[in-house]
Design a protein around this ligand. Structure first.
Ligand SMILES: C[S@@+](CC[C@H](N)C(=O)[O-])C[C@H]1O[C@@H](n2cnc3c(N)ncnc32)[C@H](O)[C@@H]1O
Length: 450
């Protein structure tokens, strides 16, 4: 029988610290039982209590129910797995925000009318990502792929259990070497995003070494079967290992390679990494293949940390806090900032607004001005603020600027918000960071003339 679940009472932005057990016990009778039996405390060594904790969180925060085979990786096992549920949701919400801040409305907010279609590679026995996306965003539809037959069957069960079969389609690839992104095989023209929690380890030995480094036996913290945990492409000729080292990096390299062929048929490709150093390897590969728009993120809950990398072949730039993080502190991985400020403490908002108007109005830009909010949205087809561009315009008169720019390619899209004593400048669109830098330079000179 299908469960009747209450609508979620809260959907968190991001989880960070651990949960308030007492509050959860008041909201959930099943959880109260595991708390009550133990004096209001949860025995974090008891798998059953932890399983209930995760189930209660899924029910309370997302209105979801899941059932899992004992021998498959799942959220509801020992303590770190509860954090892993929270980290999974943090990953889901980060992807949602990447989409929200690169959508057609340019206003960095969630647009419930936007139809979104996402692909989860390796959805696992729980189908946890599609369930989280579908339960938090009614306009999302998903394709979930799963190679392993046991997990595939269990994922199908969980999708049905939550009445989501009309919005989540499940696909079993014909082999381990079939495309990870089966757009062509399934006659799909586009997707909005790709999400993936890949097998993290390159071999059984890698799994054991990694668990030893964390000083805990591997299967005490994880019930994953090998197929879920290990990705070991068969290495033939020499040099292949460098091209694909296996594990999370190797799996992600495959997605990167497929993304080169797919380009803008997918707006955002993303993949989760088990180790910070993996982020460096993936970003290096992205630069190698010519990606110029990427994002890095530390996903955390309690003391557990994972990392995510996202990239796009399109020119829309996400909000700055979504692409850069001081917690991803290794060299060369941070993309160029997409938000910058210019300070002029001595000036009022009125004065700054006038100065910005004087700087922008003569230029061949498409501008949408909101004088009340002191905000201007602007698009340029090319650099029209350089000295050379100004001289050319003076020579040729204004005839060029009269043409309709609406449908032209956008080389730079920006939003300027004027406040008391400062401007916030958001880079919304463009492949060239140098163009955004040069635009910032022009504004700096307008605000602080020598
Ligand atoms: C680490 S598990 C993640 C499961 C789930 N997404 C989660 O976060 O709980 C990786 C999953 O990828 C699946 N997988 C491995 N290779 C695959 C492939 N080529 N195509 C689709 N799924 C694959 C595994 O069977 C496993 O379920």
């Amino acid at each position: 029988m299908l469960p009747t679940l209450a609508a979620p009472s809260i959907t968190p932005d991001y989880y960070d610290d651990y949960i308030d057990f007492a509050a959860l016990a008041l909201q959930d009778a099943d959880f109260a039982k595991v708390c009550g039996a133990n004096d209001g405390k949860v025995d974090l060594q008891d798998p059953k209590a932890l399983q209930q904790l995760t189930k209660s969180l899924l029910k309370r925060d997302f209105g979801l129910a899941i059932e899992l085979p004992d021998d498959r990786l799942c959220p509801p096992v020992p303590v770190s797995q509860t954090y892993i549920l929270m980290i999974r949701y943090n990953y889901v919400h980060w992807v949602q925000e990447l989409l929200d801040t690169t959508s057609d409305n340019y206003d960095d907010t969630y647009d419930p009318s936007r139809r979104v279609f996402g692909i989860d590679i390796g959805t696992g026995a729980s189908a946890i990502y599609p369930l989280l996306f579908a339960s938090t965003r009614p306009n999302y539809r998903l394709l979930a792929t799963e190679l392993d037959s046991t997990s595939h069957a269990s994922a199908a069960h969980n999708i049905t259990l939550n009445n989501l079969s009309s919005r989540i389609r499940l696909h079993q690839p014909p082999s381990a070497t079939a495309p990870l992104l089966p757009l062509d095989d399934l006659s799909l023209s586009h997707a909005s995003f790709v999400i993936c929690n890949p097998p993290f380890y390159a071999s059984a030995a890698d799994l054991v070494t990694s668990a030893a480094a964390k000083s805990s036996p591997p299967h005490a913290v994880c019930t994953g079967a090998d197929v879920e945990m290990i990705y070991a492409p068969s290495f033939g000729s020499s040099g292949e290992y460098d091209r694909n080292p296996g594990g999370d990096v190797g799996f992600c390299f495959r997605i990167v390679e497929e993304s080169v062929g797919l380009q803008e048929r997918v707006q955002w490709f993303t993949c989760m990494m088990g180790r910070l150093e993996s982020v460096g390897k993936v970003v290096a590969r992205l630069k190698e293949v010519g990606v110029r728009n990427w994002a890095v993120r530390c996903l955390r809950a309690g003391k557990t940390r994972r990392w995510a990398v996202g990239w796009s072949w399109g020119a829309r730039r996400p909000r700055n806090d979504l692409v850069r993080s001081s917690l991803v502190n290794i060299g060369g991985v941070q993309p160029f900032p997409t938000e910058q400020a210019i300070h002029a403490e001595e000036k009022t908002a009125e004065e700054l607004w006038d100065t910005v108007g004087r700087a922008l109005n003569p230029l061949d830009l498409r501008l949408e001005i909101d004088a009340e909010r002191k905000t201007v949205l602007g698009f340029a087809e090319k650099n029209v603020w350089s000295r050379a561009a100004r001289r050319k315009r003076a020579r040729e008169g204004d005839e060029d600027s009269s043409k309709e720019a609406q449908d032209e390619e956008v080389a730079l899209g920006f939003r300027i918000k004027v406040n008391e004593g400062n401007l916030d400048i958001r880079w919304l669109e463009g492949m060239e960071e140098k163009l955004f830098e040069s635009f910032m330079g022009m504004l700096q000179r307008a605000i602080h003339p020598r």
